[in-house]
Each structure stands twice: as C-alpha cells, then as structure tokens.
Write a protein that binds this ligand. Structure first.
Ligand code: HEC
Length: 153
C-alpha cells in the first residue's frame, strides 16, 4: 500500500485496477472450480442412481451363477455344472420364500448352511404342493454356498 501512495494517483488507480482484475480472475477461477466440483458431484449422483436402479430393476433377488462360479468351486464340488447351479437357484427361489423372505446366500457361512438347508427342506416338504428330493436339497446347498462365497470387491 505504501508503494501505491509513493507513485501517485495514476499509479494507485492502475495498481487498483490490476488488483481488481486479479480479484475478478480469481473469482472466475473459483467459480469455475465450483462448477467443476458440482459437475463431479452431479456425475457421482447420476452414477449412484444408475447403480441403484440397475440393482432394483433386476427381477431376481440373487445374482445369476456363472461359469466362473462353477470353476471357482470345482475343488469343493467336483463335477458340479452350471446347469445344476441354475437348478439350485430355481429351487431356492421358488421354495425358500414361502414362510419368510428369501435369505441371502451370503447371510450364513457354509457350516451353517449345511445344517440349515436340510432343516428348511423338511419345512418346505411339509407344505402342500411342494417337494424337494435329496438331489434338489444338494443343489440348493451348493447354490447358496457358491453364491454366498463370492469374493466381495
Ligand atoms: C414352512 C416354512 C418355511 C420354509 C418353507 C422355509 N423356511 Fe426358513 N425358516 C422358517 C422359520 C420358522 C425360521 C425361524 C427359525 C426356525 O424355526 O428354525 C426359518 C429360518 C431360516 C433361516 C435363519 C437361520 C436359522 O437357522 O433359523 C434361514 C437361513 C432359512 N430359514 C433358510 C431357508 C431356506 C434356504 C429355505 C428353503 C430350502 C427355507 N428357509 C424355507 C420357516 C421356513
């Protein structure tokens, strides 16, 4: 400030103008930054909404098993096929929501499923018009253990 005063009114005005322009520029940059930030935030929201919609619009509760799941479980269930996993999913989804909401395969550890599935299959079979045989029970068990052990990323 002491500098401006030394160089007289003209210089002061000039310095003032420079400072003012500088301020304008900074404000502009600031606004641009804010725009960028809100744009990023908006993009984030759009992505979130898109993900949410994708999840909700899926008609089936559980993910479709893939060949990758079959391969991943070959050492545990040798010879298991993708078709058997599909059948397990089908049996699970059409019998295991009769009394309560369909449970998530990941909701129980493998050791629990081994105990729960036979117990629940008995419950299913006590229902009029529903019957799961031993092969079907094994398919449900393999399905929930397979899909419940998908690595979370
Ligand atoms: C006839 C009704 C009925 C059917 C059908 C049924 N459940 Fe259940 N389920 C129950 C009841 C009641 C409970 C509460 C705990 C109990 O009584 O064992 C339960 C509890 C559970 C639980 C919680 C853990 C536990 O040990 O209680 C899981 C997991 C489960 N059921 C999975 C299944 C699966 C998988 C199927 C299909 C094979 C199934 N349920 C079919 C009635 C049923």
């Amino acid at each position: 400030m002491s500098c401006f005063l030394q160089f007289g009114p003209f210089e002061v005005g000039d310095a003032y103008k420079t400072a003012w322009n500088d301020l304008l520029k900074r404000t502009h940059i600031y606004q641009n930054n804010m725009k960028k930030k809100s744009l990023l935030a908006m993009v984030g929201v759009v992505i979130l909404v898109a993900c949410g919609t994708a999840k909700n619009s899926s008609p089936k509760v559980e993910a479709m098993p893939t060949q990758g799941d079959v391969d991943r479980m070959q050492s545990k269930f040798p010879g298991m096929t993708l078709d058997e996993l599909y059948q397990g999913k089908q049996l699970f989804e059409s019998n295991c929501n009769l009394c309560h909401k369909l449970k998530k395969p990941a909701s129980e550890p493998e050791s629990e499923w081994k105990e729960i599935v036979p117990r629940m299959v008995k419950k299913v079979n006590s229902k009029e018009g529903h019957h799961i045989d031993e092969a079907g029970q094994e398919k449900i068990l393999r399905y929930v253990i397979t899909m419940g052990s998908v690595e979370k990323s």
